[in-house]
Design a protein around this ligand. Structure first.
Ligand code: PLP
Length: 428
């Protein structure tokens, strides 16, 4: 580990809890010192000592066109010169709402916020206000940001109260959240048979990117849609990660399932803080100032952040953008699977659009319980060998990876050469 990183981390820990502003950055899962970056360009990052990395985190998703794309940077610089914030409407917000509505037509009306957490928290409040119900259903292993109602784990039985998964969340708040197993259609049916008419909303990552990558069973998603319709429950697709990444129209376009509401983040800010929630007009009209559900934000719709998002969304609309991104990502995972096989390491991998999952297990997992069975020690060995070779992967066996349009065939070849060495280290 380079000395400047080490020195910065030691100083940071004096002033910032754990030395980081978001826990996964602390490398606790893999061990070692987090890297402090100073520059990014295209697919590459440089740390404070000037070491170069190929970046497969992409700021956890937003940098889909690569770092410091000249169109995005140019547009941000131009709009910033007209003031950084007004706290009043701008035409840019309307442009963004219209574009979201065009690309994700189920979002008939949209409101902009400043993070994915705000988007999911607000979508749930609207769904509760609209239905007049309190119960919320989510799935084990999905992450929807850090609001109180979502930091909840399952109680002991299907209908028992949820329990806080973080200190500081009141049990009374967690009690309204029910947590089911992802891809377990039978459990879903049982819950709706017992309590369907009490459930305000179900929130789901339509492709999960927060317990590594987990792909949904079509039958599971279809049953979920049908049950929500039958019981007047609002179905919320949390597309903060999948939006504009697995398909131009998100996972809902990829799988042909229309949710009642959608939450967005990451790519729509192009690296600056933007989130959005939206959906059926009759639901969204419950929001203040029209309706009784309160929601607000000083910097919501910020002109500079919205501009970064608009420019990014322009760039991803070029023909074949997503097909090329998906092909590139698949080439990477296929190469990794082949390299592991050659080294005799138990490993599997898959991709959806520009997201990928790497697992030290025989088969690609389909649930939280299955992903927990994968070999974490092997992942950690692999991770550190890759990092040494300048390949920056998510610092945990339970995170998805991201490829950008800026990644080249040469980047993938270098990554696979590094992987060959890393798998040999795992096999040793
Ligand atoms: N929803 C999903 C699916 C996410 O992946 C995340 C963040 O990773 C969030 C919500 C929260 O977004 P933010 O970190 O912008 O608050």
């Amino acid at each position: 580990m380079t000395s400047s990183n080490q020195a910065l981390f030691e100083k940071s820990q004096q002033l910032i809890p754990g030395g980081v502003n978001s826990p996964v950055r602390a490398f606790r899962s893999v061990g070692g010192t987090p890297i402090f970056f100073k520059k990014g360009l295209g697919s590459k990052l440089w740390d404070v000592d000037g070491k170069e990395y190929i970046d497969y985190i992409n700021s956890w998703g937003p940098m889909i066109v690569g770092h410091a794309h000249p169109d995005v940077i140019g547009a941000v610089q131009a709009v910033a010169a007209n003031s950084l914030s007004f706290g009043a409407p701008t035409g840019l917000e309307l442009e963004m709402a219209a574009l979201i509505n065009k690309l994700v037509p189920s979002m008939e009306q949209v409101r902009l916020v400043s993070s994915g957490t705000e988007a999911t928290m607000s979508a749930i409040r609207v769904a509760r206000g609209f239905t007049g119900r309190n119960k919320l259903v989510k799935f084990e292993g999905c992450y929807h940001g850090h609001s109180d109602a979502l930091l909840v784990k399952a109680g002991s039985g299907l209908l028992t109260f949820g329990e806080p998964s973080s200190a500081g969340v009141p049990a009374e708040v967690a009690a309204h959240t029910l947590t089911l197993e992802y891809n377990n259609t039978q459990q879903l049916k049982e819950l709706f048979a017992k309590a369907g008419d009490e459930i305000a909303c179900v929130i789901i990552e339509p492709v999960v990117g927060n317990m590594n990558l987990i792909v949904p069973h079509m039958e599971f998603l279809q049953t979920l849609r049908e049950l929500c319709t039958q019981h007047g429950t609002v179905l919320i697709f949390d597309e903060v990660m999948t939006g504009f990444r697995v398909h131009l129209g998100g996972a809902q376009a990829l799988y042909g399932i229309k949710p009642d509401m959608t939450t967005l983040g990451k790519v729509i800010g192009g690296g600056l803080p933007v989130g959005a929630f939206g959906g059926r007009k009759d639901i969204m009209q419950c929001l203040a100032p029209l309706g009784a559900v309160y929601q607000a934000g000083t910097l919501s719709g910020n002109p500079v952040a919205v501009t970064a998002g608009l420019e990014t969304l322009k760039l991803i609309q070029v023909p074949e953008f997503h097909a090329k991104l998906a092909a590139k990502t698949k080439k990477l995972v296929d190469g990794l699977v082949a390299a592991a096989k050659e080294a005799g390491v138990v490993f599997s991998a898959q991709s959806v659009g520009g997201m990928f999952g790497l697992y030290f297990s025989e088969q690609c997992p389909t649930s939280f319980a299955e992903i927990m069975q994968s070999n974490k020690d092997n992942f950690n060995l692999f991770f550190h060998s890759m990092l040494e070779s300048g390949i920056y992967l998510g610092p945990s066996a339970f995170e998805a990876g991201f490829v950008s349009a800026a990644h080249t065939d040469a980047d993938i070849a270098l990554t696979l050469a590094a992987a060959k060495k890393a798998f040999a280290a795992v096999a040793a």
